[in-house]
Design a protein around this ligand. Structure first.
Ligand SMILES: Cc1cc2nc3c(=O)[nH]c(=O)nc-3n(C[C@H](O)[C@H](O)[C@H](O)COP(=O)(O)OP(=O)(O)OC[C@H]3O[C@@H](n4cnc5c(N)ncnc54)[C@H](O)[C@@H]3O)c2cc1C
Length: 381
């Protein structure tokens, strides 16, 4: 068993970290205030190969492992969790198209998606169905030309911003087997968007409802096979959960780094606050939790990469563990900054706000426990 990163993995982390610190971190607060990530950033991210991280090399992607991809998200999230997690969604969609799309769809979509000349969003959740995603009601009716799509998707990251949407819709009966995945381009007739959601965190990326009213979708925009859309949507989520966990890890590490520096400078009762043993113990506890989280994440990623039968369970466990540890650590770091932690200039309060949603999306942490408990009961027999 070898826990060390390879030279190549270290280089991937360093490249992502350098780019994040140089091109994202200095602007993260301004983008949050503007509620906008400039579109011009994405081709720069694409040039590093981050637009198709685990899209196969034959299809023009970077062909990285899931473990390698977690290094990119951990490193980028040290600059801004909102930007890093948005990239994760794009990658999830690109990988779905690579894995399940026809050769014609791959040839049409991926040459634009991989360099991130086109940004992709993922549309599963609806106003009436979140955790119970298979109960979705958006309907795709067969027509002579393809499909007519009608319904509403809720909470869509990049809604009204992205260039295309991977949409899970009902083409058949109730339940997961009646769901298909469709590729919907911005500007499609009948496609519109709700108002901008006013959110606690992830504020630089726009979240809106995505609405379809007899939206005409050509037949060639069916992704893979009819009736398989739910399976495709769930396949993307194992990796998506690792990415979100990695985003929590990177941002919590950044909060801890900032706190370690701050505690050496801040004085109280005649000494720097890092001299209080009670506070040193808190630093140590955070370090221990972060190291445990990192090891657990990489084990789960390794399971997914090697096709281990318990990979889904490990992805769920890692997502739950890391997103909660990340938020706990960020909150502690805010506390150790005293009143300054509450001020935007110190960079901690944004991390606290950005990380909170990681416990809710890509499957809530209650659903993560559900997955784990089911597997435990199954194994018990
Ligand atoms: C900022 C943001 C961005 C998002 N981006 C996207 C996106 O890009 N695309 C997308 O498709 N979705 C997106 N989502 C939606 C997100 O995935 C859902 O909010 C999430 O799946 C939870 O669904 P819900 O909000 O309907 O909550 P509900 O499913 O209504 O859950 C409410 C509560 O009940 C709990 N619960 C539900 N069922 C069970 C159960 N069986 N056992 C125990 N507890 C249960 C939940 O854990 C939760 O605590 C986003 C959400 C947010 C907030």
């Amino acid at each position: 068993m070898d826990f060390a990163l390879t030279e190549e993995q270290t280089a991937i982390f360093d490249m992502a970290h350098g780019f994040g610190q140089d091109r994202i971190a200095p602007h993260a607060q301004a983008w949050e205030k503007a509620g906008d990530i400039p579109k011009a950033l994405w081709p720069e991210v694409g040039e590093l190969g981050f637009g198709g991280l685990y899209v196969s090399e034959e299809a023009g992607g970077a062909g990285l492992s899931r473990l390698d991809a977690t290094l990119v998200f951990e490193a980028l999230s040290m600059a801004c969790p909102s930007v890093a997690s948005f990239l994760s969604i794009h990658n999830m969609c690109a990988a779905m198209i690579d894995k399940f799309g026809s050769d014609a769809m791959k040839a049409r979509v991926l040459p634009e998606a991989i360099p991130i000349n086109k940004v992709l969003s993922y549309c599963l959740t609806e106003p009436g169905s979140g955790s119970d995603a298979a109960a979705l009601k958006t309907r795709a009716q067969r027509t002579n030309e393809g499909f007519s799509l009608t319904g509403t998707k809720a909470f869509i990251s990049g809604g009204g911003y992205s260039d295309a949407y991977v949409v899970m819709a009902r083409t058949g009966d109730d339940g997961p087997k009646g769901i298909s995945a469709l590729y919907v381009e911005d500007g499609a007739p009948g496609l519109s968007f709700g108002g901008l959601e006013d959110k606690m965190g992830w504020r630089s990326q726009p979240t809106r409802q995505v609405q379809f009213d007899d939206c005409k979708i050509p037949a060639e925009n069916l992704l893979g096979e009819e009736g398989h859309g739910f399976k495709y949507a769930m396949a993307g989520l194992d990796g998506g959960r690792l990415n979100i966990a990695a985003c929590s890890l990177g941002a919590a590490q950044q909060a801890l780094n900032l706190t370690l520096s701050y505690m050496g400078e801040r004085k109280a009762f005649g000494k720097s606050i890092d001299q209080f043993q009670a506070l040193q113990f808190r630093l140590a506890d955070m370090e221990i939790e972060l190291q445990a989280a990192r090891t657990f994440l990489r084990q789960a990623a390794w399971k997914l990469d090697t096709g281990a039968p318990d990979a889904t369970q490990f992805c769920a466990m890692a997502k739950k563990f890391l997103t909660e540890a990340g938020s706990r650590i960020a909150d502690q770091c805010l506390q150790l900054h005293g009143g300054y932690g509450y001020l935007a200039d110190y960079g901690i309060e944004k991390i606290v706000r950005d990380l909170r949603v990681h416990q809710i999306l890509e499957g809530t942490n209650e659903i993560m426990r559900l997955i784990v408990a089911r597997k435990m009961l199954e194994a018990r027999g």
